[in-house]
Design a protein around this ligand. Structure first.
Ligand SMILES: [Zn+2]
Length: 467
């Protein structure tokens, strides 16, 4: 395959030339990764990664859901069952199965990311197939054991300037402490993710808030104590470098209840007496409470609605959460965000970053909202849409209304560490391709496009996330 230097650039010659020039100036900028899911223990312990299948296949829901959709059981891919039942444990066997099915990834971003990883990290420039599967596995295993492929060495090789992890509100952040104490110069910061202590419908919600009380010494069974506990945990995260919180809710519902109403609703929540509608209202009120806390402590608020989690009952029963069965659903923002915007939408010092899995909302709802309210910014396309076509559709649907400067650069949003450079490379190339078209159509000077390319690749993410 050997990565082509013009990959993802326009096919038309004049535009391709412009895209090349824009990209050449930003290609080597450091990676700013303000939202992602890498494991902080990697950077703290700096141990060698395990075998190639454990690193590249088993944890990647983009990969195993595609194979599953073609009838390959998750057990054969080494994904752990909840009941401890037998699954494939031999990494080489798993890699062979993946290589034999490489054609399934044609036209997908997974293929682009994997090709980039194989070539730039492992020096393997051929497409995986059944014939080279064992050779690939041997080369990758040997390289993964070398010091050059330890987590900290890769952070430096990838030219990462800062990377955020996503951490449970109940996490003690010991790995972040260990990284800070180690004297290593890499910057790995936590993100406050409180869904499991905010969402009454989350598994284990009640015992989670009991833990929240134990950690903070607050009486979390009272509304006042519960809010104070969040403030303390946010301060704990901020002291370790956090600049943002992250909220994954089924809907974008927000609420603007009076203190008395909120307290009464919380009483029902702790007694386990809420209906599904009241649970949604409570999550919505908590987004507004978090936004108020953000005004005081400066954390950026990220909202990720619209995923129908664990859609496949059988997969959830056998394997649990995060198994590639989270499906996008239609999402309302204009009505749902109004209570929060009524309360805080005009605050210039508040930053709320909105993500979506419903692309139809970009031009109809999100760009008009972000193009008006000072507190709102648009997050990059994510999950199903941080792809070549997804990034193009995002720019086409939002730019004319929200401009570029109500967007926040790129997030890789990944736990697949080795794919981070590939994902930023795709985003940078796609943005340069989009800008090249505006230049070719005389809608933008090339000088302005060059400044924008730099902003989209680097500056906007640092600025929006207060890094
Ligand atoms: Zn995420």
């Amino acid at each position: 395959m050997a990565l082509h230097e013009d990959r993802l650039f326009p096919g038309e010659t004049a535009m391709r030339g412009i895209a090349r020039r824009l990209f050449a100036a930003i290609e080597r900028l450091p990676i700013v990764s303000p939202h992602g899911h890498t494991d902080p223990a990697w950077y703290a312990n700096n141990s060698a990664f395990p075998d190639p299948a454990t690193l590249l296949i088993k944890p990647d829901h983009y990969i195993f859901r595609m194979l599953y959709s073609q009838g390959i059981p998750l057990e054969r891919l080494g994904v752990k069952r909840r009941d401890g039942g037998p699954v494939e444990t031999d990494g080489r066997t798993i890699w062979r199965l993946f290589a034999a099915n490489w054609h399934l990834f044609r036209g997908t971003p997974s293929r682009i990311w994997m090709e980039h990883t194989l070539e730039t990290v492992f020096g393997l420039a051929d497409p995986p197939n059944t014939k080279n599967a064992d050779h690939f596995y041997d080369v990758m295993s040997e390289k993964l054991a070398s010091p050059a492929l330890r987590p900290r060495a890769l952070y430096e090789q990838f030219n990462i300037e800062v990377i955020a992890t996503t951490d449970s509100a109940l996490d003690n952040l010991e790995h972040h402490d260990a990284i800070l104490k180690s004297g290593w110069k890499g910057r790995v910061i936590p993100t406050y993710r409180p869904d499991h202590v905010v969402d009454p419908e989350f598994e284990g919600f009640h015992s989670n808030i009991v833990k929240l009380g134990q950690l903070t010494g607050e009486d979390v069974m009272t509304w006042r104590g519960y809010l104070a506990a969040h403030r303390k945990r946010r301060a704990f995260f901020k002291a370790r470098g956090a600049t943002a919180s992250d909220h994954g809710h089924a809907r974008a519902t927000t609420a603007n209840l009076s203190p008395q109403e909120a307290e009464a609703l919380f009483g029902k929540v702790v007694r386990g007496q809420v209906s599904p509608a009241e649970a949604d209202l409570f999550r919505g009120q908590m987004l507004s409470e978090m936004a108020k806390m953000s005004l005081d402590d400066g954390l950026v608020l990220q909202i990720h609605p619209g995923s129908w989690r664990n859609h496949n009952v059988r997969i959830f029963h056998d394997f649990g959460r995060d198994m590639g069965a989270d499906i996008p659903s239609q999402t309302d923002y204009v009505g749902a965000l109004k209570p929060l915007l009524d309360a805080l939408g005009n605050e210039p010092n508040l930053t709320i970053i909105l993500f979506t899995l419903d692309e139809t909302t970009y031009s109809r709802e999100l760009a008009p909202l972000a193009g008006h309210y000072p507190a709102l910014k648009l997050g990059p396309p994510w999950w199903f849409f941080d792809s070549v076509e997804g990034i193009r559709r995002f720019r086409e649907a939002t730019t004319e209304t929200a401009g570029f400067y109500n967007t926040v650069g790129f997030n890789d949003d990944t736990r697949a560490y080795l794919s981070i450079p590939a994902r930023h490379d795709v985003a940078r190339r796609c943005d340069c391709a989009y800008l090249a078209r505006l230049v070719a159509e005389h809608r933008l000077d090339e000088d302005d496009a060059a400044e924008l390319a730099h902003d989209l690749a680097y500056r906007l993410a640092r600025e929006a996330y207060r890094l």
